[in-house]
Design a protein around this ligand. Structure first.
Ligand code: DGL
Length: 259
């Protein structure tokens, strides 16, 4: 493995671009290949077997393109497929999980909300983490039905998405949460409307920055950080509409690829 090989990132669609932005900001000298599997979004309503098969397909394409590390920028794929990926591929695999631990440690009202997909909330890994860190507090889990579809359609700021969120967040507000954990990499794009809906004293947490730090830590510990000064290559591929992906990464070229 060479330091100059790219970092590979995949998500069920555009959501992982929120993770890409954190990684690119922290590791500006790294080449990056990003795959948006938007044709198959949302992953969150699919079976575990299907999510594993899709994660395998994305990982193999990134490895074929020489990636030195894979970042699974999707909570649903991480919580359902990371064990499979780590057992089957000989490269470091970084995942993203809902940030239950910091929210559970910091909550004063002993009530936190987790907004995530059905696939994440029903996964064994999520239950294990939740059982470990959130034993003594109330955890209000809400499936973000319809949110990934709205964001994939570029409607992250629309009145209809705001209405949908108002309904989804109701059970959390009723329980007086003080932390809201965004358990899906698409959801950081909802932060502007979330801030309009939520009371000022509710803190929103997502895992993007932690994933970037972990990626840097692992690359550094393996001697794989790219420290060379050069023009970096950042490639975005989508198997659906390049316009939608471009809307979320306007400063980078986006290409259609059938994968
Ligand atoms: N970005 C994915 C996640 O973090 C969205 C899942 C989906 O496609 O439903 O869970």
């Amino acid at each position: 493995m060479k330091k100059t090989q790219p970092i590979g990132i995949f998500d069920s669609g555009i959501g992982g671009t929120s993770i890409f932005k954190e990684i690119h900001a922290l590791l500006p000298l790294e080449d990056i290949i990003y795959l948006a599997d938007s044709i198959n979004a949302p992953y969150g309503i699919k079976s575990r077997e299907k999510i594993i098969a899709l994660s395998k397909k994305n990982t193999e394409l990134l490895l074929k393109n020489g990636c030195k590390i894979i970042v699974v920028a999707c909570n649903t794929a991480t919580t359902n497929a990371i064990g499979f990926l780590r057992n089957n591929y000989n490269v470091p695999i970084i995942g993203i999980e809902p940030a239950i631990k910091p929210a559970a440690l910091k909550t004063k009202r002993k009530a936190i909300g987790i907004l995530a997909t059905k696939g994440t909330l029903s996964s064994e890994l999520f239950h294990k983490t939740s059982g470990l860190f959130a034993k003594d507090i109330e955890v209000i889990e809400v499936i973000g039905s319809g949110l990934v579809e709205a964001i994939e359609a570029g409607k992250e700021n629309s009145a209809s998405t705001k209405k949908l969120l108002e309904v989804l967040l109701q059970p959390m507000l009723a329980k007086n949460i003080d932390y809201l954990v965004l358990g899906c990499s698409h959801y950081p794009y909802l932060i502007p409307i979330l801030k309009e809906i939520l009371l000022k004293d509710i803190i929103i947490i997502d895992s993007g920055e932690a994933v970037a730090r972990q990626t840097k830590f692992i690359l550094n510990s393996l001697g794989l950080l790219n420290e060379a000064q050069k023009k970096t290559s950042i490639s975005f591929y989508t198997n659906k509409s390049p316009e939608i992906l471009k809307h979320f990464v306007p400063n980078h070229p986006v290409q259609y690829l059938d994968f």
